[in-house]
Design a protein around this ligand. Structure first.
Ligand code: COA
Length: 162
């Protein structure tokens, strides 16, 4: 039986921190499905189609990684995908409370999955997508934090806004 983990999130945009978690996840699971949540209260910079295409581009050379979107409950999506776990990154202590709440709620919703937390390389612990968007909007260099395809997409997005 293949051990599939779902790595859910908004990915607006995907960063090296997210990729670090995916790579670490692949050492434990047979395959990882990156799952972009459609039902999010977050106002996103990139459309779902743009985020899907960006993630597909940046994981194209990684084996056993799929990218999908989902709506509704994460646990129901995970069940449809025959996954055994939900993968999340824990960057710092401040992530813990929110992640703990989500993991326990998901467990209440379905006992079938465990949430597995992995820590990214410490050089990515301060990263999040909002900070990347802000740096890019103000003309800063994002190339240390996101793959080249994402840097390009950010530059294009903010240039076309001007
Ligand atoms: N490296 C860099 N940044 C990271 C990161 C990492 N390893 N891990 C998380 N982040 C950042 C994200 O970029 C994001 O930044 P932003 O808020 O500045 O945009 C932030 O940390 C957290 O976002 P993310 O990991 O995308 O989670 P989320 O809170 O947006 O998504 C879902 C939460 C989608 C997983 C959750 O709402 C969900 O499962 N929804 C489906 C509905 C459901 O089942 N609800 C009940 C679940 S309790």
């Amino acid at each position: 039986m293949k051990r599939i983990a779902i790595y859910p999130g908004t990915f607006d945009p995907i960063t090296y921190g997210h990729l670090d978690i995916i790579k670490r996840g692949l050492t434990i699971f047979d395959s990882i499905t990156v799952a972009i949540a459609l039902d999010t209260p977050k106002q996103t910079l990139f459309s779902v189609e743009e985020r899907l295409s960006l993630i597909q581009k940046v994981v194209r050379r990684m084996k056993n990684v799929e990218v999908k979107t989902f709506s509704g409950l994460l646990v129901q999506f995970a069940k449809r995908q025959h996954a055994c776990a939900i993968l999340r990154g824990l960057r710092e202590v401040s992530d813990f409370e929110y992640e703990f709440q989500m993991a326990l709620m998901n467990r209440r919703l379905s006992k079938r999955f465990e949430t597995v937390f992995l820590m990214p390389n410490e050089k990515y612990t301060f990263l999040n997508s909002s900070i990347i968007r802000q740096v890019a909007q103000l003309g800063g260099d994002t190339s240390d934090f996101v793959p080249p395809e994402v840097t390009k997409a950010l530059q294009y997005k903010f240039q076309s806004e001007k």
